[in-house]
Ligand binder design. Structure first.
Ligand code: CIR
Length: 258
């Protein structure tokens, strides 16, 4: 059974109002409210029996609270990614500094140009990793990622994205073979053998729930998904993410869990 001991988060910065957005969820984030929601997110994580490292805001990078994207952390190695979004690419430097406190030098790997990859495109299911080929994660990035994982005895397969930003925007693994799946991922053959909950279109955003040590954190405002996750037998914690949603960010994007 997987267990996470650590979580890294970064406080939202004032510049988050200039973060990247598809406009799918309209409006500009309200900074004070985002801070309150981030506080509640940290409290929820603390209830999941992990230690939480809280990094200060980084005004240089409007999207820097979405710490999931510049790194992928596994039990055996840390992989510093190479974000495909230009305005986010430099987020890797400061996250690497933090990661060095947890992983020895020889277990820190890097995705390099011309490869790009963002952590939101990576879904870990046991020792297998699904990687979304998206506008942020390219073929060469996936090739490098698969090579790195192979060195540590992990496997990896590509999932082609057509519509959503990142793989985990639409599909998330809750351990115990349970998968939340929405939209373009419902008919993907690679996910048919999981115990799937098919997310109704109007609750698509809530495909992005996170499992942390037996509990599942669910975004506020999605009753069908909440009920489904509870029916699967999980304790749930609900957190409002409205201000991050305006930037296409969800629960998984806001932390690195390892
Ligand atoms: C971006 O477009 O990069 C941010 N506004 C949202 C990132 C969300 N991250 C994620 O899904 N892992």
């Amino acid at each position: 059974m997987r267990r996470f001991n650590h979580v890294i988060v970064r406080r939202p910065c004032k510049a988050m109002v200039e973060g990247i957005t598809s406009g799918l969820y309209p409006g500009s984030p309200e900074y004070e409210l985002a801070l309150d929601q981030h506080d509640a997110y940290i409290e929820a994580l603390k209830k999941c029996d992990v230690d939480v490292t809280i990094l200060p805001p980084d005004e240089e990078y409007p999207d820097s609270c979405f710490v999931e994207d510049p790194a992928v952390l596994t039990e055996k190695c840390a992989i510093i990614t190479n974000p495909g979004a230009t305005s986010r690419n430099g987020e890797t430097h400061s996250i690497e500094e933090t990661i060095r406190k947890f992983y020895p030098e020889e277990r820190i790997e890097h995705i390099c140009d011309p490869g790009t990859l963002e952590g939101g495109d990576v879904m870990m299911c046991g020792d297998h990793f699904y990687v979304g080929r998206s506008e942020r994660t390219n073929e060469e990035g996936i090739r490098q990622f698969a090579d790195i994982l192979g060195k540590y005895g992990y496997s990896c397969s590509e999932v082609k994205l057509e519509e959503v930003l990142h793989l985990k925007t639409g599909v998330n693994y809750l351990e115990n073979n349970n998968l939340l799946v929405s939209g373009e991922f419902i008919h993907k053959p690679e996910f048919q053998n999981y115990d799937r909950y098919i997310i109704p279109d109007e609750e698509a955003y809530a495909a992005n729930c996170i499992w942390v040590n037996g509990k599942v954190i669910v975004p506020e405002g999605y009753p069908a998904v909440l009920e489904a996750v509870q029916t699967m037998g999980y304790d749930t914690i609900v957190v409002d993410t409205s201000e991050f949603r305006k930037l296409d960010g969800g629960l998984s994007c806001l932390s690195l869990r390892f």
